[in-house]
Design a protein around this ligand. Sequence first.
Ligand SMILES: [Zn+2]
Length: 100
Amino acid sequence: MFKSKIFLTTIGIGFALAGISALLAYFYEPLRTFFFILAIILFIVHLMFSQLAYVFYLLKRDAYLKSMNMRRCGHCNNPVYKDDEVCPYCKKPLEKETRD
Ligand SMILES: [Zn+2]
């Protein structure tokens, strides 16, 4: 879960900026169209960024498990050691890992 606080803060700031732009669009008439478009762009960009960052985080997390000689339980998705035969979390038998 490292860096997740920074990640959440970044996302929060992004959505806050989008919100401020939307407010400005509402109150500041001369540049209403500009701020309205800016708000939409900020919102979409941050939505995509958060999705990307999440996927990246999942990939990194699994790479970390691999380096620690671990894998995920196929039943409960918790990290287990590669030579475990029964999952310590859900107590279900683990299937033998297929190489690559
Ligand atoms: Zn399990």
